[in-house]
Design a protein around this ligand. Structure first.
Ligand SMILES: N[C@@H](Cc1ccc(O)cc1)C(=O)O
Length: 395
């Protein structure tokens, strides 16, 4: 199936909340060239179900013949208040890469044409360093601070790293040689900073594509890796998925801010369309409430929900089943792959409990029955690090 330039543009911008400088993309398409787009993700907390949203867009970009790059932004994960310490970030990079691939496989997207790159691989060059300095001479402290406000963790004593973060995200566009950057609308201020300032240091302005933020499952707000109740892990077991969804916030008849409906709109329907060519959302509703029902458009679902023809518990049945179906292959891959599991432990080592040690009076080594000084327990990190040293992660 070959698409016209217009059809490609439509697919590229489908389901987005906002596009800035779409003309840049149209111009590339008009020349018959593939559009080069990147999506960056900072490997901080464990990736969760919210990641399905950008993944559906990567699928669209690939369908539209784009060259797609996934940037695993390791240094950004470090610069954002050290959400990922340097000794863990490499494991997280590998864990994220595996997860992104597993999600795309679960959606049925061929990943051969997807390129993965790690921030460090271009961000430590001489030219990049010089570019940070050049950009720091045209961007004010205030503008850099404001640009990062929705992305960088806001703390009472903000660090300098939070100002460098947006500058580097802007520079990545140039150093990855793309036509467009894609991200959530939470990235908007950084995108604008890039558009306004790259030209001042002699670089092209890029197009920016933004997907909406899907509200979390708790009480609105975005899905966040740091709030366990607002999100569902990609390797969560089926029973926990059901439990979390049953607890999700959903007022009868209220569509606005309903995380479950948004999930259907931005994940379930688009994915079924990518997979089977037509959007479907099936609810195995008990007979007494009207029996099974299948929706093929979000408007239809929203109308039924607003008029309370569809109740929150029934919506929840459908969403829990849909999520479990999406997670099945990801869970299976994880469970059947010891390397993957080891990587998870290395990337997210269980917190070492601070056990208060009983003070033992030092009576000297000569004291009868005393043992030689105990060797220190290796730290959890060092231990897994060692185990992993010889393991390579295959695609
Ligand atoms: N800011 C993105 C990560 C990112 C980092 C660097 C980039 O060039 C692009 C994106 C996030 O919030 O996850």
């Amino acid at each position: 199936m070959s698409l016209t330039a217009e059809q490609k543009y439509e697919l590229i911008t489908k389901n987005l909340q906002e596009t800035l400088n779409g003309q840049i993309i149209k111009d590339v398409l008009a020349k018959g060239e593939p559009v080069k787009i990147y999506w960056g993700t900072a490997p901080t907390g464990r990736p969760h179900c919210g990641y399905f949203v950008p993944m559906t867009k990567l699928a669209h970009f690939l369908q539209a013949g784009c060259e797609v790059i996934v940037l695993l932004a390791d240094l950004h994960a470090f610069l954002d208040n050290m959400k990922a310490p340097l000794e863990l970030v490499e494991f997280r990079v590998r864990y994220y890469e595996k997860m992104v691939k597993a999600i795309l496989k679960s959606i049925g997207v061929p990943i051969e044409r997807l390129k993965f790159t790690v921030g460090k691989s271009h961000q430590l060059t001489e030219q990049y360093t010089l570019d940070i300095f050049r950009l720091s001479n045209v961007v004010s402290q205030n503008d850099a601070k404001r640009a990062g406000a929705d992305v960088v963790k806001q703390v009472s004593n903000p660090l300098l790293s939070g100002l460098i973060y947006p500058l580097m995200q802007a520079l990545d566009e140039e150093h990855l040689g793309v036509d467009a950057q894609f991200g959530g609308v939470d990235q908007r201020k950084i995108f604008v900073l890039a558009e306004e300032n790259l030209p001042s240091i002699g670089y092209k302005k890029r197009a920016h594509l933004m997907n909406p933020m899907v509200p979390g499952l708790a009480q609105g707000g975005k899905m966040s890796a740091s709030d366990p109740n607002s999100k569902i892990d990609l390797i969560e077991d089926p029973a926990t998925v059901k439990k979390k969804i049953s607890k999700a916030f959903a007022s009868p008849g209220v569509v606005e801010g309903n995380g479950l409906i948004s999930f259907v709109e931005f994940v379930v329907l688009p994915i079924s369309e990518i997979k089977d060519g037509k959007p479907t959302f099936h609810i195995d509703r008990p007979e007494q409430w009207g029996g099974p029902v299948t929706y093929t458009s979000i408007e239809q679902l929203k109308a039924d929900y607003s008029s309370e023809k569809l109740s929150p518990p029934d919506l929840k049945i459908g969403v829990a089943d849909a999520i479990n179906k999406l997670l099945d292959p990801i869970r299976a891959e994880f469970i059947n792959n010891a390397e993957f599991q080891e990587l998870e432990r290395a990337a997210y080592p269980p917190e070492v409990k601070q056990v208060k040690e009983k003070k033992v009076k030092n009576k000297g080594t000569k004291f009868p029955g005393n043992k030689p000084a105990a060797t220190e327990e290796p730290a959890a990190v060092a231990e897994v690090e060692q185990k992993l040293e010889s393991t390579t992660i295959s695609n």
